[in-house]
Design a protein around this ligand. Structure first.
Ligand code: 5GP
Length: 137
């Protein structure tokens, strides 16, 4: 059975899409730790990130770098924090989170309360930054 993230990539479940390329997809986390919290996934359904082939791992990380750079331009933050856990959804995903302090990377506290309108605006702002700088890649 397809993972929930594969169903998002297929368009069967809606997402606040940020970007995609041939192999990878980026979308806002539905329960964000901070506004702009983004998940970057390979389209290929592999549970554990270090089970990806070298080629797929490199592709995912390069794509995540592009997304993080766009997030940094689109969001007011000092840097983009990076975490991989994957204990909940068995489909590799990199968490990218705009932060100003270490405590902003708190997966175990209160989640950010971001309205649907704000999620849409943030996803569009990051997507626009990706497109504006597409010549860089
Ligand atoms: P992890 O597996 O790394 O512990 O966390 C899984 C993440 O996926 C969580 O941050 C959770 O909010 C997010 N998530 C789970 N289901 C969905 C979904 O259907 N849509 C979106 N956008 N995010 C999801």
């Amino acid at each position: 059975m397809a993972t929930i993230f594969s169903r998002i990539v297929a368009g069967e479940i809606p997402s606040y899409k940020v970007a995609e390329d041939e192999n990878n997809y980026a979308f806002l986390d539905i329960n964000p730790v901070a506004p702009g919290h983004t998940l970057v996934i390979p389209k290929k359904e592999v549970d554990y990130i270090f089970d990806l082939s070298d080629e797929d791992y490199a592709s995912l990380q390069m794509f995540a770098k592009r997304v993080a750079e766009a997030m940094k331009r689109a969001m007011p933050c000092s840097r983009i924090g990076v975490t991989v856990m994957g204990m909940e959804v068995p489909h590799t995903h990199i968490h990218l989170i705009p932060i100003n302090a270490e405590t902003d990377m708190n997966f175990f506290g209160d989640k950010a309360n971001v309205s649907a309108e704000e999620m849409t605006r943030i996803a569009q702002a990051i997507a626009a930054e990706m497109q504006q700088h597409s010549e860089l890649y």
